[in-house]
Design a protein around this ligand. Structure first.
Ligand code: FDA
Length: 398
């Protein structure tokens, strides 16, 4: 069978693959986009509670975790948040800023999927899905890509198959396998932006599932501090502050065998919980209820046996309680895994890739973009921005 000839074959039609295809197609490249999914853009469709948090006004290189933290700089400089916002505005998609620079569609994430398909149509991108790739081989001039019914020949091959989060949405380790096939190193993938599991004895001590409060959380003592909601769950801890901190907690495995605990400040806006009580007979639980849900305050004080009026605590006890509230150390048993994770930490090692083009240094014509790469954004639109930026950059060079 004579192979069909393309300039670019992209495997994975998610956020990064669609962006890359549109960019390359509009440069006049003949582009084929292959995906094994029946429905494309599912991760975009369900993102941001169905409204897609498509970028963040405050995107900076510091908002990404990678073994090479400088790697993202070039791609973000070539295609930043404002570039995607301009594209969204060109399509007349109404959006709003929710919090902390996070931009969401006013109506539906489908508008972003439609935008990407319209951009691909402008570049005459051809689609093949649902379609499985059974083999990839290097040829003199490029690569052959085998599917059950066809063989494709291409000068440039882009791997955009994402990470391992939420397998039921079509996540697969395909991209890592291709990297390994071509001798590229992988930073071991781990769940990130993921709820944390607490040991059974801890769960028994804190029977407060369903309660939430504003805290600051750090994945370890030197990690960035996130001031957002913490949610107590039946299995442990969740909420945006915990999801953010979870990525840094997981990343400790890059440098040390045993992870240090998370550091949580349960009263980020109150320096001294004993200062200015309503009355000296007020109990600590009553005092904490001014800042926390009542049930949480009562359960927390019962667990710690802090059950007396404020005026009965000694100076030493007060100092210890303030310390405990502002510096609560949490040692999770683990995470809830890829089934509950929003993204993957780790992936194709950036040291094997050019930050300017996303091409593999040792395999001309082979590119890796999006979440399959060892670049993980914070919660809040950063991961889509990485998909747009890396997709645009590879699409400009293939
Ligand atoms: P993505 O996973 O989007 O696409 C990969 C594509 O490759 C898929 O279409 C898949 O079917 C295909 N594929 C995989 N294996 C294949 C194979 N073997 N053969 C062929 N095709 C294959 N981020 C953000 O910035 N804002 C947000 O609001 C959210 N919200 C959110 C909610 C939920 C529930 C999740 C799970 C994740 C988010 N994210 C997010 C993260 C964001 O969705 C994610 O970072 C990007 O979708 C990554 O884009 P990629 O294109 O790299 O992978």
């Amino acid at each position: 069978m004579t192979p069909r000839a393309w300039d670019v074959v992209i495997i994975g039609a998610g956020a990064a693959g669609l962006m890359c295809a549109a960019t390359a197609g509009q440069r006049g490249r003949r582009v084929l986009l292959i995906d094994h999914a029946e429905h494309l853009g599912e991760r975009i469709r369900i993102s941001g509670g169905g409204r897609c948090n498509f970028t963040n006004r405050r995107v900076q290189p510091e908002n990404f975790l990678s073994q090479n933290p400088h790697f993202v700089r070039s791609a973000l400089a070539q295609y930043g948040a404002q570039d995607f916002i301009t594209l969204v505005e060109r399509y007349g998609i109404a959006y709003h800023e929710k919090t902390l620079g996070q931009l969401f569609c006013d109506h539906s994430a489908q508008a972003i999927i439609d935008l990407l398909h319209a951009e691909c149509a402008l570049g005459d991108v051809q689609f093949c899905h649902p379609c499985t790739v059974t083999d990839i081989a290097r040829t003199g001039a490029g690569f052959t890509v085998q599917t059950p019914n066809e063989r494709h020949q291409t000068a440039s091959l882009v791997i955009a198959t994402g990470g391992l989060a939420i397998p039921k949405l079509g996540a697969s380790p395909f991209g890592y396998r291709i990297a390994e096939q071509f001798g590229l190193p992988i930073v071991p993938p781990q769940p990130a932006l993921v709820p944390l599991a607490m040991p059974p004895e801890w769960l028994a001590e804190y029977p407060i599932a369903g309660n939430s409060l504003t805290i600051t959380a750090q994945g370890e003592a030197t990690a960035p501090r996130f001031q957002e909601q913490l949610l107590f769950t039946h299995r442990g801890l969740s909420g945006p502050a915990i999801l953010q901190a979870s990525s840094y907690w997981q990343a400790q495995s890059w440098h040390q065998e045993k992870r240090s605990p998370l550091v949580i400040n349960l009263l980020p806006d109150i320096a001294d919980v004993f200062a200015q009580p309503v009355s000296s007979k007020q109990t600590l639980a009553q005092r904490l209820s001014e800042f926390w849900p009542k049930r949480l305050a009562e359960a927390f004080c019962a667990t710690h046996r802090w059950e007396k009026p404020l005026n009965q605590f000694s100076h030493k006890e007060k100092a210890a309680i303030n310390e405990q509230l502002h510096h609560w150390l949490i040692q999770p048993a683990g995470t809830l895994g890829f089934a509950k994770a929003e993204v993957t930490l780790g992936g194709v090692d950036t040291r094997a890739l050019s930050s300017k083009t996303l091409a593999a240094r040792s395999v001309p014509g082979l590119y890796f973009i999006g979440e399959v790469v060892d670049v993980t954004g914070w919660l809040g639109g950063y991961n889509f921005q990485w998909a747009w930026s890396s997709g645009f950059v590879a699409g400009s060079h293939v």
